[in-house]
Design a protein around this ligand. Structure first.
Ligand SMILES: NC(=O)c1ccc[n+]([C@@H]2O[C@H](COP(=O)([O-])OP(=O)(O)OC[C@H]3O[C@@H](n4cnc5c(N)ncnc54)[C@H](O)[C@@H]3O)[C@@H](O)[C@H]2O)c1
Length: 426
């Protein structure tokens, strides 16, 4: 039986790790310690789990000293992952960090050095690699189905429910996340790197805060006390969900963190609109764009190869999201489940575009389109075989973050070319 600790007992730590570990891994993994900078959130997590017996610690190192765990899952605020990952690497304790692995270039370099010295298994939970469609995409590319990859195009549009929610939470401040290019796009840059099977050499970026923050016509402090609640398109009764009330509202006394901050707060300092170009070491060229206020939520990936094209268009329903007018009470903490509004197109063109093959859908259940349960099984208890390389070691987490950091640096420098590996402006 493996003994795991979880650091960061918010939405993801509770709903995507603690809860499913108790359900999916009985007799294989037990949770032997919880730590969060907000002690009330640890208590909330235990209340949701209905497991008052799980030990809670007020100090991370003391937790490691006391329980000597076999593994630690890091699900704290993005900018704080590195300190926990580094401590585990130093002690040779297996560590599983949520994406993004970290948020600064210095943290990337510190983790690279520590990982090289450590004997512990260390992975970033890049769950998108475990969705059946993305795994199929990788398999087709790896098998040479469209020849040599030449160009990768990736666009994500977050809608005004899911996208807006990033601007209510800690995610909206650069110091916490390094922007959505790291917090959100680390998923996408990781997929792009994985598909390209290479490292990004240089990037350029453009970005703007075009919709939220100071762009709003009016603002309050938070939805629950807002004078504009009746008029604002972005008003959300975040605490209608019992889990949100227990995890966040009732824990406010300890850290004064408001889960329902105003999306038009003038303090918001990250863009909501991003575009980037990428050049890979193996010659592939890529383009990326992300907006967080779209008319509908979608992901579009198109890879052109020397002998064909793979294209994937997914439209996502977001009725699970906080603020969605249909389902305030049923909001999920971590997008657990499928949505009636989901639709999908996945096809491959070969023979100069004359032959089209539709890629059939594989039905799976579980969070993030079945990716979460598959990731948990593979990372926590998987056997050695990993033919697609779905388990992302520290270096691959670092590469996803370095792309985001470099694109953001380019945006700040007015679109200059940036060397991703060194950080130099060219
Ligand atoms: N892979 C995915 O699909 C996915 C989905 C959601 C979230 N995430 C990641 O999971 C992480 C947590 O996100 P969340 O949605 O649960 O956020 P959250 O706000 O619900 O939880 C974050 C927790 O971290 C704690 N925390 C903050 N600073 C800390 C520190 N210095 N030390 C210890 N604890 C600290 C907070 O008190 C909070 O309980 C983020 O890094 C996010 O990127 C990944």
């Amino acid at each position: 039986m493996k003994r795991f600790c979880i650091v960061g007992t918010g939405g993801r730590g509770t709903a995507s790790y603690a809860e499913p570990i108790l359900k999916e891994f009985p007799g294989r993994i037990e949770i032997v310690g919880l730590y969060d900078i907000n002690p009330l959130r640890c208590e909330a997590c235990k209340q949701i789990l209905k497991r008052p017996d799980i030990p809670v610690f007020t100090d991370f190192k003391a937790m490691l000293d006391t329980v000597q765990p076999d593994g630690v899952i890091v699900t704290t605020k993005d900018c704080t992952h590195a300190e926990y990952v580094l401590e585990c690497l130093k002690r040779n304790i297996a560590v599983y960090s949520e994406k993004p692995l970290c948020t600064t270039r210095k943290q990337c370099m510190d983790i690279r050095r520590a990982a090289a010295r450590s004997s512990a298994p260390a992975y970033v939970t890049h769950n998108m690699r475990f969705g059946p469609d993305m795994a199929k995409f990788k398999e087709l590319l790896q098998n040479g189905a469209i020849g040599k990859v030449l160009h990768i195009q990736f666009t994500e549009t977050l809608d005004r429910f899911h996208g807006a929610d990033y601007f209510r939470r800690w995610h909206r401040l650069y110091d916490n996340t390094g922007s959505l290019l790291i917090h959100k796009a680390s998923h996408h840059f990781d997929l792009i790197n994985w598909f390209a099977d290479s490292r990004v050499k240089t990037v350029t970026g453009q970005g703007a805060l075009s919709f939220y923050g100071r762009k709003g016509a009016f603002r309050g402090k938070r939805c629950s006390t807002c004078a504009y609640a009746g008029d604002c398109e972005f008003y959300a009764d975040v605490f209608a969900s019992e889990h949100n009330r227990i995890l966040y509202r009732e824990a406010e006394k300890a850290d004064h963190y408001y889960r329902d901050g105003c999306v038009f707060d003038r303090k918001i300092d990250i863009p909501d609109t991003y575009a980037a170009t990428m050049a890979f070491e193996n010659g592939i060229i890529g383009s990326y764009s992300l907006i967080a206020y779209a008319s509908y939520e979608s992901m579009h990936i198109a890879v052109e190869g020397s002998e064909g094209r793979l294209e994937y268009i997914k439209r996502y329903g977001t009725s699970w999201a906080v603020g969605h007018k249909n389902s305030n009470k049923e909001v999920s903490l971590a997008n657990d489940g499928e949505d009636l509004d989901d639709s999908r197109t996945f096809f491959m063109l070969t023979e100069m575009g004359k032959k089209m093959e539709r890629i059939p859908e594989v039905q799976v259940t579980g969070g993030h389109g079945g990716a979460d349960p598959a990731l948990r099984e593979a990372l926590f208890c998987g056997s050695g075989a990993d033919p697609l390389g779905q388990r992302a070691p520290m270096e691959e987490g670092i590469q996803a973050v370095l792309v985001g950091i470099s694109v953001m640096d380019s945006i700040r420098a007015g679109g200059k070319l940036v060397n991703v590996q060194t950080g130099k402006m060219l």
